[in-house]
Write a protein that binds this ligand. Structure first.
Ligand code: NAD
Length: 524
């Protein structure tokens, strides 16, 4: 009797969060399709590596030109799929990627070149060492929806220029943007098999980790990051984990209130607060607390919430209802525990289902969820402190450690406080913008992740380091090979004395005893 085996196909929908309009429906890539993509990538990768860095850089330059040409289309697509204002998409997605390409075009050849490693071991002076940087093979990239273009693109460009093939599993909410990235790369000359996008949900991502990729670069939430780390550990898959944050902002007693409050408002509400680097906790010196809050209220009231495609919009919608409920429940928890809502604190259903008003909370405490859990929404909770030590203590009282900022008119004081804060990045007198500096490594400490993306350090994540040791006297037997005995022992003791004895006399005697060893001659 014939049986019908039905494999359930999971579907995902790309939706405009501003309007609820369905942009496109996709079927999640099946396990077989994910496997096939990685097998194709493996088969094509050696030729891509063989091409050489200079030729890959030329392809990157072509990609950069094409992206610049299509900047408006890409920014519009991001604005429609992720909801952010068009101008933010232009700056935080397109410009960031153009600049990341510029960094790699200018530096990848130099940074990926072999590097001589001089050494100081006298016994091995006839050896010359080099670091060789080799591509991993196939790098899996799993990315979130909040920066659907710049996150997968910056990570992939570094992986590609280093000679890897890349398989991207974008967020289920922003597949179209990832497909647009693939199209630009392919038009620029990256072979189809070398850069592939497999659309799907978390299950699709889980499949990608279990197939034969050689490294994974994951950007997303802490809970998913922990799951991934467990799976990766089982087969020692190297991972970079770029996870969530709860970034503190410290406004010191000598800060410029107007500038700092404007920075806080932008840093908390950019991308409707859905930025891993957004200001999630604001600590203000008690002497500035009142005026700072007043300035924040005034500025928040001027913000315009609406569809990101409208040039007059400052803040767009949240990505979906789940995100909105998370923000709402944290604000309600804070309100119930005594926080004062100075602005916002409510949904805006008259504009659309996913809108939440930019919200300013005063008198928050660390007992409230809003000061402990990642909010990822347009909320600025503000709390006073009495001195710098207390401010640093507050900043570090978090499981997260992605970024932080210190605001002061005294740069040296700012720098010194910055060194005491547990974070991957600390900015003095700015927020969020470090993501736009392609040379700057991006990543966190504590629960905010492992490893780095961007810049030289991010490029190093995309290569395996091989130490290549060449002997300059190939015809000579090595002194440390067999032929042990009393005389050899004395010679070796002399070698150690020569290099490490504290008294000069002992060192000289050691040098005499070791002389034969340096000539590579064993004592008779
Ligand atoms: P998420 O963890 O829900 O999802 C991220 C990606 O992982 C998505 O593509 C998702 O489909 C996939 N995924 C989900 N479950 C998986 C599993 N079990 N195995 C493999 N893949 C799985 O995160 P999100 O909601 O898309 O993004 C928001 C989070 O990302 C926030 O916490 C934010 O702080 C963080 N983030 C961090 C950075 C950074 O650079 N540190 C940047 C942007 C966003």
């Amino acid at each position: 009797m014939a049986t019908d085996v039905q494999i359930a196909v999971r579907k995902i929908v790309s939706t405009n969060p501003a309007t609820g309009e369905t942009l496109r429906e996709f079927e999640c890539a099946s396990e077989v399709e994910v496997h096939a993509a990685v097998i194709r990538a493996h088969a094509a990768q050696p030729a891509w590596a063989e091409l050489g860095v200079r030729k890959r850089i030329a392809i990157l330059r072509d990609f950069q030109t094409r992206l610049h040409l299509h900047k408006s289309e890409v920014a519009q697509l991001v604005a429609r799929e992720a909801g952010k204002p068009y101008v933010e998409a232009l700056l935080t997605e397109v410009l960031v990627v153009l600049d990341a390409a510029r960094f790699l075009i200018d530096n990848a050849y130099r940074l990926l070149r072999d590097e001589r490693i001089p050494h100081g071991n006298l016994a091995m002076k006839a050896k010359s060492g080099r670091l060789v940087r080799e591509p991993y093979g196939v790098i899996g990239v799993i990315s979130p929806w909040n920066y659907p273009f710049s996150i997968p693109a910056t990570e992939s460009l570094a992986a590609l220029v280093a000679g890897n093939a890349v398989v991207v599993k974008p967020s289920e909410f922003t597949s179209l943007t990832a497909i647009a990235l693939a199209s630009l790369l392919h038009q620029a000359g990256v072979p189809q098999e070398i850069f592939q996008v497999i659309v799907g949900d978390g299950g699709t991502g889980a499949t990608l980790i279990n197939v034969a990729i050689d490294k994974l670069v994951f950007t997303g939430s802490v809970p998913t990051g922990k799951l991934i780390a467990q799976t990766a550990a089982a087969r020692l898959l190297p991972v970079v984990l770029e996870l969530g944050g709860k970034d503190p902002m410290l406004v010191l007693d000598d800060a410029d209130i107007e500038i700092a409050s404007r920075g806080a408002i932008w840093g908390a509400f950019i991308n409707a607060g859905q930025a891993c680097l957004s200001v999630e906790r604001c600590y203000v010196h008690r002497s500035l607390y009142g005026p700072f809050l007043q300035a924040c209220v005034r500025q928040t009231q001027q913000l315009r919430v609406g569809n990101g495609m409208d040039p007059e919009t400052d803040i767009g919608p949240l990505i979906h209802q789940r995100q909105l409920r998370q923000v709402e429940s944290q604000v309600e928890d804070a309100r119930a525990k005594g926080a004062r809502v100075l602005a916002g604190g409510k949904r805006l259903p008259e504009i659309g289902a996913n809108y939440y008003a930019p919200t300013l909370l005063a008198d928050v405490t660390h007992e409230m969820r809003i000061m402990r859990e990642e909010t990822f929404g347009p909320v600025l909770p503000v709390m006073p402190f009495d001195n710098d030590d207390e401010a640093v203590g507050f900043a570090n009282a978090s499981e997260y450690g992605l970024a932080a900022s210190v605001w002061t008119r005294d740069r040296a004081r700012g720098d010194s406080l910055a060194r005491r804060i547990q974070a991957g990045t600390v900015m003095v007198n700015d927020v969020v913008s470090c993501f736009g500096i392609s040379e700057a490594p991006h990543g966190g400490v504590k629960a905010s992740g492992i490893g780095r993306s961007h810049g030289r350090v991010g490029l190093e994540e995309m290569v395996r380091i091989k130490y290549l040791d060449s002997d300059l006297l190939p015809g000579m037997e090595k002194i440390w090979w067999y032929g042990y005995g009393n005389a050899f022992q004395r010679q070796m003791e002399g070698l150690l004395d020569w290099q490490f004895a504290s008294r000069l006399g002992q060192r000289l005697r050691g040098a005499v005893r070791a002389a034969g060893a340096l000539k590579g001659k064993k004592p008779d």
